[in-house]
Design a protein around this ligand. Structure first.
Ligand SMILES: C[S@@+](CC[C@H](N)C(=O)[O-])C[C@H]1O[C@@H](n2cnc3c(N)ncnc32)[C@H](O)[C@@H]1O
Length: 187
């Protein structure tokens, strides 16, 4: 069985956590990394590393002295990625995005997320969005892939500028690009 099918089966087996039966598409991997600064070394946070398809694209995008903190709640996925990706810029955290501030203390230049917001309580979803906003540098972005537009309002309530992109295909995938203004004032 090829790796993509194996990953799909593992996502299905852990459906309560993943909300997915296959990896996000190549179009998503490319589009979701568009707002990562390329002119300097950066600190990036990924939510929902899964089997590491977006993780690989982030590592291909960032510079040699950058750091990527990747959060993932399923321990098996963390162990699999540790075996598959050997890169000292990658710090894997087997915990939820809602605990960002426990693990990351330095300001962040980009958040890249594929966690299933529709599965979360209102409170958990809002905590994740607000703590990412608090930790991002001014001018930086949080990019989220989801299969619906339903959660866009939650991001608009916190971020200063939000844009939604519809990536055609099956299933339909939406990317929310949400930016914290350079000289932001808390909402
Ligand atoms: C839709 S899958 C995406 C996986 C992969 N990044 C991709 O693009 O195909 C969502 C992933 O988020 C993880 N996840 C769910 N809740 C999470 C949370 N609160 N914090 C971090 N990861 C979470 C799931 O276990 C799953 O691996």
């Amino acid at each position: 069985m090829n790796q993509k099918r194996k990953t799909g089966l593992k996502y299905l087996k852990n459906f309560r956590e993943t909300g997915a039966f296959k990896e996000t598409s190549r179009k998503v991997e490319l589009e979701i990394c568009q707002r990562i600064p390329r002119d300097r070394d950066v600190i990036v946070v990924e939510y929902g590393m899964g089997h590491g398809n977006i993780t690989r694209e982030i590592l291909a995008t960032i510079g040699p002295n950058s750091k990527l903190y990747a959060f993932e709640v399923v321990k098996e996925f963390c162990d699999d990625v540790k075996e598959m990706i050997d890169d000292e810029r990658l710090i894997i955290i087997n915990d939820g995005a809602e605990n960002l501030k426990k693990h990351v203390t330095e300001p962040i230049d980009a958040v890249i997320s594929s966690i299933p917001f529709s599965f979360f309580s209102e409170e958990k979803g809002n905590t994740i969005i607000q703590s990412a906003y608090d930790m991002l540098n001014g001018g930086s972005s949080y990019s989220q892939v989801l299969l619906t537009k339903f959660n866009f309002k939650k991001f608009q309530a916190v971020f200063d500028e939000c844009e939604i992109m519809n990536l055609k295909g099956f299933p339909k995938e939406y990317i929310y690009h949400c930016r914290k203004r350079e000289n932001h004032e808390p909402k």
